[in-house]
Design a protein around this ligand. Structure first.
Ligand code: CA
Length: 747
């Protein structure tokens, strides 16, 4: 045995030096490289993604997930769990925000009914988790369960054993629900369960149709058995149905289910997405859709593991924000407004926090999926029309979470790219301008908390009862720069001048003594005592080492404040050099983001949270862009894996994944709403982006390997490029970017 092991090691080493483990086999169906389990090995104290295995179409209205956690638990599916309680329709963006409009379906046998009695042991060895298909063997019931999605519906196939005690439970969840028996193949129901951000009349109406008539019905309402017949309903706090079947061994029962935020009638309309309920046909269509979306970026000349990581990240980057619109009886696009409770015309998307996703998720959409973002932008204009504000954290309506006014970045970047529908540009511009001057009366993270201070003294002071004041101020300044770009484009020169001047206000918080951004009082004094290791307080889920770099729009200006390029580079270096010490006194406990920074072994660099994710690329503004090349590869290789513990912190609705997608391509949008991408180090030897305009961006990296991570030279359309920047406009024209990679860095 020993000899054999040595031989395998030697072969592996040999293979390692001749081909670097790179696999030139083409990626045929990118969907097959995705694992939806990446990030699921998370809990409250430590996040390796805080994701769940969403089986859904890209940006689909309804996702489904196997449910291991109890009803209401944000950790709906955790990799370490042993039992499944049901298959839940979910709209949850993150465990911290939790779910709304959820209900579940579970095949069972015998007396199992509520979520405790029906849970079944399962093993990851008998589980398949793809975006287009999820399958698991429920051992305690001897039933195989399979799910495949459409945008607003799903088909499930349950393969039963020989039993006269087979059944399917439909659980409408607690906090207000109802169920109804329509005929011997069809049931309906509704749930009003939510976690906030909904009007009074909110409900999710669902319908469930079986391929075989059920032979009996049991109903449980608020813990009590209730007799229910055809045409009857049970409405209360927590309603469940159990539909009974006699089954032969290996007999499949197909279940088609759909829902609507508008009405039961609309739910039946949405059920048509499942066609005649042919499971395999729906599954094939779902996989084709994923291949089409994921295949917009083709990669080659990497390892199998890198392909898996890349496409698992691209899957996460094309899930959120979700469609909240539906198609009515006349074929019109309509949506239930989570803002005013009415059914309104037009698009609506939700379940994203712009504090996270403005950074690189939306720039990715603008480059690769602009037609989808055009609809999202139309939805943002509708949000303003229906609520008077752009959203900052929507799920499904305005939610109080995080800081900033980064809707300005999301909206501006799309307008600057020409993605926004012409008819919505004026409304969105007005929305951005008005959002600078007000704050939502109930949701203080919507609009601009502290705008009165920011607009007069040039920063939100730390002693005015407004927390995280440095984070807010820096983001407002960048947001103003974004709006200025649009003002200029639209020819509003006065506005542009005013906004540009406002975007300089980041300078007001720079402390020359520490060379860091620091809280400041109304009277102009800096906050004292001050510790660059203190998380929270004037910052949001980070410290001064993380937030000082939030000057996306004027990196040269920031460098100048620090004393010039060399000092700026030294400050960047310091982030990695200072030990991962921390002060958590603001929170009173070590928040999971702190732990995630510590365990990464990169000093105070905190890739597990979003504020610093652009930081490495700032080396492109120094004389040492090679440090950006070295560190981006280090992060890609150490902090991303196609495994259940594959992320280094909360994935956060596509943002942490979009970082990887861009970085693997070799560039990153440090400043959304600008035309610039900062160059890092391409991961693959070949990558092609198939743009929606029919053109292609072809990226090659000759000689690329884990050692050859430095760029020797770069050519764009045959022309040598010495500055480490690419431009979105040149890529959108179709471009050929050729990198020559080497092991020695160049200064
Ligand atoms: Ca986060």
């Amino acid at each position: 045995m020993k000899k054999l092991a040595a031989f395998i090691l030697a072969t592996a080493a040999l293979c390692g030096c001749c081909c670097d483990g790179a696999d030139d086999k083409p990626v045929l169906r990118p969907s097959e490289y995705v694992s939806t389990l990446v990030g699921t090995q998370s809990d409250y104290s430590f996040s390796t993604g805080n994701t769940y295995p969403a089986v859904a179409l890209p940006w689909g209205m309804n996702f489904w997930t196997p449910q291991t956690g109890k009803m209401g638990d944000g950790w709906a599916y955790t990799y370490g769990s042993h039992t499944i309680r049901g298959f839940k329709q979910t709209h949850q963006p993150s465990p911290w925000i939790n779910d709304y409009g959820q209900f579940s379906i579970m095949p069972v046998r015998g007396g199992a009914f509520d979520e405790e009695s029906r849970q079944s042991w399962f093993s990851h060895q008998s589980e398949q988790a793809h975006p287009y298909f999820y399958s698991v063997y429920l051992a305690d019931h001897d039933i195989r369960a399979e799910i495949t999605p459409t945008e607003r519906a799903a088909v499930m196939r349950f393969t039963f054993p020989e039993s006269d005690e087979s059944a399917v439970v439909v659980d409408a969840f607690d906090r207000g629900s109802g169920v109804r028996v329509i005929d011997d193949c069809t049931v309906a129901g509704f749930t009003t369960r939510n976690s906030g951000g909904v009007p009074e009349n909110f409900a999710n109406y669902f319908v469930v149709r079986f391929s075989k008539p059920f032979e009996g019905v049991e109903c449980r309402l608020d813990g009590k058995n209730k007799t229910i017949g055809e045409g009857e309903e049970a409405v209360g706090g927590h309603a469940l149905l159990k539909l009974h079947f006699n089954t032969k061994r290996g007999e499949p029962i197909t279940v088609c289910t759909a829902s609507s935020f508008i009405s039961e009638e609309q739910a039946f309309r949405n059920l048509r997405e499942t066609g005649d309920g042919d499971f395999d046909a729906v599954r094939e269509a779902a996989q084709r859709r994923w291949d089409e979306v994921l295949g917009r970026i083709e990669v080659g000349g990497g390892t199998e593991e890198q392909y898996r990581t890349f496409y698992s990240c691209l899957y996460r980057a094309t899930l959120f924000p979700r469609k909240l619109f539906e198609i009515d009886g006349e074929g019109k696009i309509v949506h239930y407004s989570p803002y005013n409770g009415e059914v309104c015309d037009g698009y609506m998307y939700t379940d994203t926090g712009f504090w996270d996703t403005f950074r690189s998720l939306f720039p990715l959409l603008n480059l690769v999926y602009p037609s989808e973002n055009a609809k999202m932008q139309a939805g943002l204009a509708n949000t303003y029309r229906e609520s008077g504000f752009l959203p900052e954290w929507a799920s499904p309506g305005h939610r109080g979470c995080m800081v900033g006014n980064n809707s300005a970045s999301v909206v501006s970047d799309a307008i600057m790219c020409g993605v926004t529908p012409e008819e919505d540009v004026a409304t969105l511009y007005e929305a951005m301008l008005s959002g600078r001057m007000k704050v939502h009366p109930e949701v203080s993270s919507t609009g601009r908390l502290g705008h009165e201070y920011y607009n007069t003294i040039g920063y939100v002071p730390c002693d005015a009862g407004i927390n995280e004041s440095v984070a807010r101020s820096l983001e407002y300044a960048y947001d103003d720069w974004c709006i200025a770009q649009v003002a200029e484009k639209l020819g509003y020169d006065e506005d542009a001048k005013m906004l540009k001047a406002a975007s300089d206000s980041y300078k007001n918080l720079f402390d020359v003594e520490t060379k860091l951004m620091r809280g400041r009082k109304v009277n102009g004094e800096f906050q004292s005592p001050f510790s660059p290791y203190k998380w929270g307080d004037a910052y949001t889920e980070g410290n001064a080492w993380h937030y000082t770099w939030s000057v996306f729009h004027d990196v040269d200006g920031l460098a100048e404040l620090m004393g010039g390029k060399e000092d700026f580079e030294r400050m960047l270096d310091s982030v990695f050099v200072v030990p991962p010490i921390y002060d958590d006194s603001y929170y009173g406990f070590r928040i999971h983001e702190i732990t995630e920074m510590q365990v990464a072994d990169m000093g105070n660099y905190a890739h597990g949270n979003q504020p610093a994710q652009h930081m490495i690329y700032l080396y492109d503004w120094t004389d040492s862009p090679y440090k950006a090349q070295w560190w981006t590869r280090e992060v890609m290789e150490r902090l991303y894996r196609p495994k259940p513990d594959g992320y280094c912190g909360d994935e956060d609705n596509g943002q942490t994944s979009a970082w990887y997608v861009f970085s693997a391509l070799g560039f990153y949008p440090v400043c959304p709403a600008s035309d610039d991408y900062a160059v890092g180090s391409p991961l693959f030897r070949r990558a092609t982006i198939h743009l929606e305009n029919g053109r292609e961006v072809k990226i090659t990296a000759r000689g690329n390997s884990p050692e050859n991570r430095y760029i020797g030279s770069m050519r764009v359309d045959g022309k040598r490029r010495t500055e480490p920047f690419l431009h979105r406009s040149e890529l959108l024209d179709g471009a050929e970017v050729k990198f020559e990679m080497q092991s020695q860095y160049k200064k």
